[in-house]
Write a protein that binds this ligand. Structure first.
Ligand SMILES: [Zn+2]
Length: 386
């Protein structure tokens, strides 16, 4: 079976010669007679409920995508709708004034819409997958579409929408499983080349997350210099700062980290020792956070999600601290006892206190009972994130 993505067909094209059978509730033909909208195996039109059909038109007016539509190519100029019949029938019926929508509170048929809204609808381009093959193949495929849903990734769609020289060159570089660099890249980028995930990552990095804007801007370029240089710079930077490859490195936002930290010097031998130390530390719950933690000067322990004291430890330390405090008639928060405020002798409830590392985790303090003290929430917060 062969498939081809088409993004050149407009609503106006489809609605040319649109025929709808009110009696059978079926959209019959469109695309100047070349398209059969409702083949035998399709269910009847079920969108005529004043909600779903209106939603289709609403989407068009708001520039929302209508989603993928599938055509079966029968001969050179005969097509059948495989999936998308409900959406096509909805806009076909609207354009032929079969139902109205509300525009700023007013019921409007297509003919009474402002000209700019009419042309917005007419000129909207559809994303159509055209497939050609034997009937059993196509029926099997149809079942798969309906069961599995999304057959295209975001980047595959973007490649179709912004097709041109730039995309062709970019795919040659980033979507080519024969490219010898793929092996190296896959240490840092997750996904696969042929599902366009490397290209997506390269575009994401160079565009700082604005892939579609970038693709629109560079669509007509006949080179991919900037994209390639930027991607290579990020990869080279990561692999020179972190000389050991760890599996948790895949899919990290290296582009963002590169932007933030690439101007700072790092000693790769020291970095490597730190990585090993944190990998061996049982209190580090989030290993993916290790790299950013080190790049940022080992201060933001939130990134590591260091394990906290368990409830049993907290309860027993609380009981011990409170018993001692009551004997001395002082607060059970050791920091409150030194203060001059009214809380000097306040006995806090367990729920009003938090566990704290006496010797900070980042300075080697372990998450064990003898390194645990309970502080009132205010004092614990004041001690900061250590
Ligand atoms: Zn306190």
């Amino acid at each position: 079976m062969e498939t081809k993505l088409r993004t050149d067909i407009t609503i106006k094209d489809i609605c040319d010669g649109f025929v709808y059978n009110e009696l059978e509730g079926k959209g019959l033909f469109g695309l100047s007679g070349k398209l059969t909208i409702q083949p035998e195996y399709q269910r009847n039109y079920i969108y005529a409920d004043g909600k779903r059909d209106v939603a289709v038109i609403d989407s068009l007016l708001k520039d929302y995508p209508l989603g993928l539509i599938y055509f079966v190519k029968l001969t050179n100029d005969k097509y059948e709708v495989l999936d998308g019949q409900q959406r096509i029938t909805s806009f076909g019926r609207f354009v032929t004034n079969k139902f109205a929508i509300k525009v700023s509170g007013m019921e409007q048929y297509f003919d009474s819409l402002a000209p700019e809204l009419q042309s917005k609808i007419s000129n909207a381009k559809l994303t159509i997958y055209e497939c050609e093959g034997e009937e059993p193949e196509i029926k099997a495929w149809f079942r798969t579409i309906n069961i599995a849903g999304v057959p295209l990734t975001n980047q595959e769609l973007n490649n179709a929408i912004y097709s041109g020289q730039f995309v062709t060159l970019a795919k040659e570089e980033f979507s080519n499983s024969q490219n010898a660099n793929i092996q190296k890249w896959s240490a840092y980028v997750s996904g696969s080349a042929n599902r366009q995930e490397f290209l997506e990552c390269a575009l994401d990095w160079v565009s700082k997350g604005k892939i579609e804007d970038y693709m629109a801007l560079h669509r007509k370029d006949n080179n991919i210099k900037e994209l390639k240089i930027y991607f290579t710079s990020v990869i080279d930077w990561v692999s020179s700062v972190f000389t050991d490859v760890e599996s948790e490195m895949r899919g990290i936002e290296w582009g963002r980290l590169y932007e933030t930290y690439h101007k700072q010097p790092y000693n790769s031998a020291t970095v490597s020792e730190q990585v090993k130390k944190f990998y061996a530390d049982p209190y580090v719950k989030n290993r993916r956070g290790i790299f950013e933690y080190i790049l940022g000067g080992s201060t933001d322990t939130k990134l590591l999600e260091v394990r906290v004291f368990d409830e049993a430890t907290k309860k027993s330390i609380y009981a011990k601290q409170t018993a001692e405090a009551e004997k001395k008639e002082v607060s059970n928060c050791p920091h409150c006892t030194i203060g001059h405020e009214a809380n000097k002798s306040k006995i806090w409830k367990l729920a009003e206190m938090d566990a704290d590392h006496v010797s900070a985790w980042s300075k080697g303090g372990a998450t064990v009972a003898k390194n645990c003290q309970m502080l009132c929430k205010t004092h614990n917060r004041a001690k900061g994130n250590r």
